[in-house]
Design a protein around this ligand. Structure first.
Ligand code: PLP
Length: 398
């Protein structure tokens, strides 16, 4: 099938919920993708912070192939080895005592919402139903997660959403305190906001949320669907803040590009959940879990995380140099290998110019260039991306 035919069929038969790039990808290796015309792209998008180990990773591909030949799906009525192995690995490397498997970020958030509601019902009765989320947050597109994703454009066509959603200002503890009460079931926050513009939370904000939750008897949920699992240079993005949540959601990178979400819980929360309270047919299937075991094992290695921090420092230094050279750049924000370049105008022309030079980039809101490369990028990749970005700014933003 040629690219033209693929585009025609997509346009005709696939629901129009995406604005797609014009080319068609054929294959990937390492940090590079190749389209059907043979053009090679350096990938600083990673399938939206998913492909942490890049493309064609030998260990991940072999684990998938081997498990597929053994058995692909059994449902959660029966046990297979990979799910238990992955659960132990995740618990051993986190604050959590238990994990619940699902199939996406939104589902992991939806599970955290349900577990929080049940915890509140059991411990406080029926009135504690409110969730506090932050301005600029992104938690997903299902009706519960969407209620906690305060963007009119996403929400308005689909009202009424889940009741009880309250929105405070990110990094403004007083605004959260103003909404908090004995009706607050849980507070949900991304330690580093992704879609909202790459905004790291202030330490005092995260620590204040922990103290506030303890004071009012609410649960604290960290959404690490995008920033978790090595992306920020520590295994979990919340580690540098020195506080742990009651629940955490993880998804994008966890199964090497196969769909998986994970909701992490303390025993205290897990104690209120029993058989039948929540479930998923596909969740934690043998193939995705086998991939997850390889991905999590590799990323949890301290040497791997040191590599992320080293490449992140190189990228940060380069981006700060770009800021000094280009007036349109007003701020550079991020940590590890998630960076946002805030501009004083829409960045679409920069993304297009970079694409022309073979560099894949994504925005985070109209005025922010987001850089979320595979965590296996090397120095040459980082330097090439910086050089292309420099030229793209020179071309597109003068
Ligand atoms: C992407 C994302 C989600 C939603 O994940 P899906 O897999 O697209 O449902 C939720 N929270 C955060 C922080 C995300 O970045």
């Amino acid at each position: 099938m040629d690219a033209k035919q693929i585009r025609e069929w997509d346009d005709k038969y696939v629901l129009h919920t995406y604005a797609r790039a014009p080319f068609v990808f054929d294959r990937g290796q390492g940090t590079r993708l190749t389209d059907t015309e043979g053009k090679v792209y350096l990938d600083f998008v990673s399938g939206i912070a998913v492909n942490a180990l890049g493309y064609g990773d030998e260990e991940v591909c072999s684990a998938i192939a081997e498990q597929a030949h053994k058995v692909i799906h059994t449902s959660n009525l029966y046990l297979t080895a990979p799910q238990s192995q992955l659960a132990k690995l995740l618990v051993d490397h986190s604050f959590a005592d238990k994990v619940f498997f699902c199939n996406s970020g939104a589902e992991a958030v939806e599970a955290a919402i349900k577990f929080s509601r049940k915890y509140a019902q059991v411990h406080s009765g029926p009135d504690r139903i409110e969730f506090i989320a932050m301005s600029g947050a992104f938690h997903g597109r299902t009706m519960g997660a969407l209620a906690l994703t305060p963007r009119d454009h996403y929400q308005d066509p689909f009202v009424p959403l889940m009741p009880g959603a309250r929105i405070a200002a990110f990094n403004d503890l007083d605004s959260v305190k103003a909404l908090a009460s004995d009706k607050t079931c849980a507070i949900i926050v991304e330690p580093v906001q992704g879609e909202g513009g790459v905004n790291p939370a202030d330490p005092a904000f995260i620590q204040g949320l922990r103290a506030l939750c303890d004071e009012i008897g609410a649960l604290l949920i960290f959404d690490e669907v995008q920033c978790g699992l090595g992306r920020t240079g520590t295994l979990w993005a919340h580690e540098p803040y020195g506080v742990a949540p009651d629940l955490m959601t993880v998804a994008k990178p966890v199964a090497g590009g196969l769909p998986m979400g994970v909701t992490f819980l303390t025993d205290e929360v897990a104690a209120v959940i029993g058989p039948g309270d929540h479930a998923s047919t596909f969740a934690g299937g043998a193939v995705v879990a086998a991939a997850g075991v390889k991905v999590v094992g590799r990323i949890a290695d301290p040497e791997f995380l040191a590599h992320v921090r080293a490449m992140g420092a190189r990228l940060e230094a380069g981006l700060l140099k770009l800021q000094a050279r280009h007036n349109s750049i007003t701020e550079v924000r991020g940590r590890g290998l998630i960076w946002g370049v805030q501009c004083d105008r829409p960045v679409k022309p920069v993304l297009d110019a970079a694409l022309g030079q073979g560099l894949l980039l994504i925005n985070a809101g109209p005025n922010v260039v987001r850089l979320i490369p595979p965590l296996v990028v090397d120095e040459a990749d980082v330097d090439m991306a910086l050089a292309v970005l420099d030229q793209a700014f020179a071309e597109a933003m003068q």
